[in-house]
Ligand binder design. Structure first.
Ligand code: SAM
Length: 299
């Protein structure tokens, strides 16, 4: 089943969990997710609908309504231990887990998931994703470092986000570091002038300003991420013509970058304000269709 029969880019106003099951298995080379942080606004837990039983060394099959890790790890036990340890994370993961199960299904065999988190969630999520995807599918922990806004005085000011990167198949994933924009050397005097001129490949620590409140990119959407961050991700992990999915789309940064780079996209957001911002942002982009999906419960 194709992602869109007419190859149009899609922007869908809906609760993502209602739409994801309608998208085809393996349809996307890249899934980028920037979910809302654990703000206490999390929705109540819904029963997980997918039971995916992988080949497992566990003689006890997972109880109905639970998930065995895709790699056959004892996800259920690790999940139980971790969520008992910190019940504040429980609601957050209850919200995220069924969506990550869908993300895994939607990834192509050579596809990659980028999960954008803050420092409070990242470590719990890493442990759970290792168990869910399989530790061998973990590719990178990217640190996006910025320097803006108020600074704590009683601890080191926290000025970074974490992006966890997982591949569907460690033997087949697409990654082209040469397609990524290079960056200046920190000490250009230590390399040849030719190398300094060419710039260096980015590492797993990305210094990048936030979206400037007065800059060209600014849409007014409060959690908007910089195009420069998404640009690297899309350049490295997709080819022209590939499909990209962002189902916490917000202002549509992932789609804006995908369109510029000749990739196709599906964006989903449940917030009417996000859809309004995207209508403005994609006015000049051809081949984009806006769809009204299943309305969110509290809309
Ligand atoms: C942190 S923002 C994403 C910002 C985005 N990366 C950007 O650059 O603008 C998270 C988004 O997820 C959306 N969201 C939260 N829960 C959702 C759900 N269940 N279905 C669809 N969208 C959801 C929110 O409306 C919000 O726009």
């Amino acid at each position: 089943m194709p992602v869109a029969s007419d190859e149009l880019n899609r922007i869908i106003h809906a609760d993502n969990l209602a739409v994801l099951p309608t998208l085809p298995d393996g349809g996307f080379t890249l899934v980028y997710l920037d979910p809302p942080f654990n703000t206490g606004r999390m929705q109540s837990r819904r029963p997980t609908r997918h039971v995916r039983l992988a080949a497992t060394d566990d003689p006890e099959p997972a109880a109905s309504g639970t998930i065995t890790g895709f790699a056959g790890k004892r996800y259920e036990r690790i999940r139980g231990d971790l969520l008992r340890y910190d019940d504040r994370f429980d609601d957050y993961w209850g919200f995220l887990e069924p969506r990550l199960v869908e993300a895994w299904r939607l990834l192509a065999d050579d596809g990659t998931l980028y999960l954008h988190l803050d420092y409070r969630e990242a470590h719990y999520a890493k442990v759970l994703l290792d168990a869910l995807f399989g530790r061998e599918c973990f590719l990178n922990e990217l640190i996006w470092a910025y320097d803006y806004g108020a600074k704590a005085k009683r601890k080191w000011p926290t000025k970074h986000d974490t992006i966890l990167v997982y591949v569907k198949n460690p033997a087949r994933y697409w990654f082209d570091s040469t397609a990524v924009d290079r960056e200046p050397y920190m000490a250009p005097g230590l390399v040849t002038p030719e190398k300094a001129e060419l710039g260096k490949l980015p590492t797993d620590v990305w210094w990048h300003t936030i979206v400037s409140p007065t800059g060209r990119e600014k849409t007014g959407y409060p959690t908007q991420k910089p195009e420069g961050i998404l640009r690297r991700i899309v350049q490295a992990s997709t080819r022209e013509g590939d499909w990209v999915l962002d189902f916490f789309a917000g202002s549509g940064t992932t789609g804006a970058v995908a369109a510029t780079l000749g990739r196709r996209f599906v964006l989903i957001d449940e917030n009417a304000e996000a859809i309004a911002v995207m209508r403005g942002r994609f006015t000049d982009v051809s081949g984009v269709v806006f769809e009204q999906g299943i309305a969110p419960a509290d809309a």
